[in-house]
Design a protein around this ligand. Structure first.
Ligand code: SAH
Length: 221
């Protein structure tokens, strides 16, 4: 059962104000942050901090992104209801839940099985039904392509070409690109003729995207 009382809701209201102050203006994104209970993605020990604008450890050396980062990436996606969206890096499931709340048809890939499993239990509790896969998201998810939107929530050395290929005409890919410490948020737009343009949107810090078309890893999935 989920405990989400007036105190949590009050803290989310404050968080939304803070995000507006930092430049988030997309009302659908703000509504989603206002409604998705972030505290259930963290250990109960961190309950107090769930609505501060900070990233947290979620185990396996991975993190739940900072609310501002989640809001900023989601805003760059220009989400419309009913769109097919691919997320790489399910992690805690928080970003995925923000996208599900916005009524997207979500597909999410995570390379660490235990994280995907934990996230799936939370989706059940929240009544969201994303399609989940444990595997290498740098390869995309071809059978379900094309996707109108693709979001990568780990830092990559470059945009994996399968993701650009699996992006629909008129689609948007948002991905942090850089080295393993610091990245630039990049937005790719594919126009209706298939031409791809690139914009840069500031500096962020993510855990690395590991995989065949990203940072090489010897670890097995
Ligand atoms: N979206 C998450 C943030 C997760 S951090 C959230 O809201 O909590 C990034 C995640 O990407 C980590 O869980 C990491 O295991 C995963 N990851 C890294 N490389 C990956 C790959 N090639 N395929 C799928 N997931 C990957």
């Amino acid at each position: 059962m989920i405990i989400d009382d007036y105190k949590h809701k009050g803290l989310r209201k404050k968080l939304v104000k803070e995000l507006q102050g930092k430049g988030i203006y997309d009302q659908a994104v703000l509504d989603s942050i206002l409604n998705v209970p972030r505290h259930i993605f963290l250990d109960t020990a961190f309950l107090e901090q769930a609505y501060t604008d900070k990233a947290f450890q979620i185990g396996e050396g991975q993190t739940i992104s900072q609310p501002y980062t989640v809001a900023f990436q989601t805003q760059l996606l220009e989400i419309k209801k009913g769109e097919k969206v691919l997320e790489i890096g399910t992690g805690s499931g928080y970003q995925a839940s923000v996208l599900c709340y916005m009524e997207t048809k979500l597909y999410s890939i995570e390379r660490i099985k235990s994280l995907s499993k934990n996230a799936s239990l939370i989706f059940q509790k929240l009544g969201y039904k994303p399609e989940l896969m444990v595997g290498d998201g740098s390869l995309g998810w071809k059978v379900h392509s094309p996707f109108q939107k693709i979001i990568v929530t780990a830092g990559a050395p470059l945009a994996p070409e399968p993701l650009l290929e699996q992006l629909d005409l008129g689609g948007i890919l948002v991905i942090p690109i850089g080295d393993q410490k610091v990245q630039t948020m990049v937005r790719y737009k594919k126009d209706l003729t298939g031409k791809i343009t690139k914009e840069e949107h500031g500096i962020f810090k993510f855990v690395p995207l590991l995989g065949e078309k990203a940072w090489k890893t010897t670890q097995k999935i």
